[in-house]
Design a protein around this ligand. Structure first.
Ligand code: GDP
Ligand code: MG
Length: 441
């Protein structure tokens, strides 16, 4: 695949903005990569279409090809989709006893994951955990869970032969409440394929158990079937998250994207082996890299972007040292601020600045304002940007109108620029930073 990509990208070496053609050509290869990673066809198609709309017109970083740039855009978008809004947090286990229902197809790793999670909650959070097997289909299943419970040092619900899943669920809840447990796991039976009997049973259990979390356990090596599994379980039972098992295997984990795209539910954990501590919280970046399988290209583009930014910063530092600060410099600064999450983002990163960020917001100093100011500067000619003193009143009006804003806003921007330019001049000529700070106080 890398070879094929290489040749495609060689043909695409030029600078500037990404054209529709660049994007389409590169995305064709990305789609192949997705399918090879077992992302479901519909999800791959959908994802690629979204990126297509986003990527066209974006700038290509110096020293990378358009194709490589598209791969980086895909990679970033993939991380965004996989990570969601940061809801993949800890399991909801307040208000003890909290019930966690484990569902999924047979052999997906429900029983193993139940024991792994129980171990994790016990060891990392000091929780008292009870685990119960509701698998009445396979005689050995209940013993399997009891053995694992002993192994990880948590209690399991005593086995009573002849009870239905619903009866066991009721007994587990009672036992959890009476025994003072923090968490009770219900490990349900699976089938090789989804069927009505299975769904009816899980629904009945769910209604009795009132789980705080319903985790769908999915084999990470599952390919196209992942979407059906996700749709069925989420539609019929309602899930709160996904655990992907067998991510220690050779599979590229495309099921992760399918799951996320179809259910919109967060992937909570990944299973990385048969051992009881082979469980980790989900990391979007790692899984994204694996699905796309183009880590080299992503690293290359990131390096190029860093170099480019470092060069730009150095150029600017040199200009500032000479006391130079024109409208282009201001625009770069504003763009940099936007990229770092705007005013709020910048201040939020600094301790104790939360209040100031709020004040700035109420004073109307936000991303919208940054964007407007950038638009204003972009409406100027090259000459005007180099020397804003050239701007006559009529030009000012035209520029403001071009950006869809009032001329007062432009005046404010010019004043702001003048203040900064004056400061730069003082720093440049009058002996640098120390001198400038002295003059400010
Ligand atoms: P269940 O039918 O859904 O309860 O599945 P089990 O928990 O019994 O797991 C079926 C098999 O998969 C067992 O042999 C497990 O050891 C194995 N297994 C579960 N999770 C993982 C994992 O993350 N990696 C690997 N390699 N094997 C796993
Ligand atoms: Mg099982």
């Amino acid at each position: 695949l890398s070879e094929r990509l290489g040749s495609v990208f060689d043909r695409l070496t030029k600078q500037g903005a990404l054209t529709d053609d660049d994007v389409a050509t590169a995305l064709r290869e990305v789609r192949v990569a997705f399918l090879e990673a077992d992302v479901s066809l519909a999800v791959a198609r959908d994802f690629v279409a979204k990126v297509q709309a986003k990527a066209s017109g974006q700038q290509v970083t110096k020293s990378v090809t358009p194709g490589q740039q598209v791969v980086k855009i895909v990679h970033d978008e993939l991380i965004k989709v996989l990570a969601g809004e940061g809801e993949a947090d800890a399991l909801k286990i307040d208000n003890p006893p909290a019930t966690i229902l484990m569902v999924g197809l047979q052999g997906s790793g429900k029983t193993t994951t139940t024991a792994k999670l129980a171990k994790r909650l016990k060891e990392r959070m000091g929780k008292r955990v009870l685990i119960a097997s509701l698998d009445t289909n396979r005689p050995a299943a209940m013993e399997q869970l009891a053995i694992l419970a002993t192994q990880v040092g948590v209690d399991s619900l005593p086995i009573v032969k002849g009870q239905t899943a619903v009866q066991i669920a009721k007994r587990a809840k009672t036992q959890a409440a009476m025994g003072g447990y923090d968490v009770v796991f219900l490990d349900t039976a699976g089938r090789l394929h989804i069927d009505q009997v299975l769904m009816d049973e899980i629904q009945a259990v769910r209604d009795i158990a009132e789980p705080r979390e319903t985790l769908l356990v999915v084999d990470g090596l599952t390919g196209q079937d992942a979407v059906n599994v996700a749709t069925e379980f989420d539609g019929k039972v309602g899930i709160s998250g996904v655990v992907l098992t067998r991510m220690d295997g050779d599979g590229r984990g495309g099921a992760a994207l399918s799951m996320r795209a179809v259910t919109g539910k967060p992937i909570r954990f990944v299973g990385l082996g048969e051992k009881m501590d082979a469980l980790e919280t989900f990391e979007a970046e790692r899984v994204a890299g694996r699905i796309l399988g183009m880590g080299d290209i992503v690293a290359l583009v990131e390096k190029a972007q860093e170099t480019f930014e470092a060069e730009a910063a150095e150029r600017m530092a040199k200009r500032f040292a000479k006391g130079l600060f024109n409208m282009n410099d201001l625009r770069s600064q504003l763009e940099q601020m936007l990229k770092m999450g705007g005013m709020q983002g910048l201040m939020g990163m600094m301790p104790g600045m939360g209040k100031m960020a709020k004040q700035a917001e109420s004073a109307g100093f936000d991303d919208t304002m940054l964007r407007r100011q950038i638009a204003l500067i972009s409406s100027m000619t090259k000459k005007e940007r180099a020397n804003p003193a050239l701007l006559a009143a009529s030009r000012k009006k035209r520029i403001a109108k071009g950006a869809g804003l009032e001329v007062q806003e432009l005046n404010r921007l010019l004043k702001q620029h003048k203040q900064m330019a004056d400061m730069m001049k003082k720093m440049g000529k009058g002996g640098g930073m120390k001198q400038a700070i002295k003059q400010m106080i």
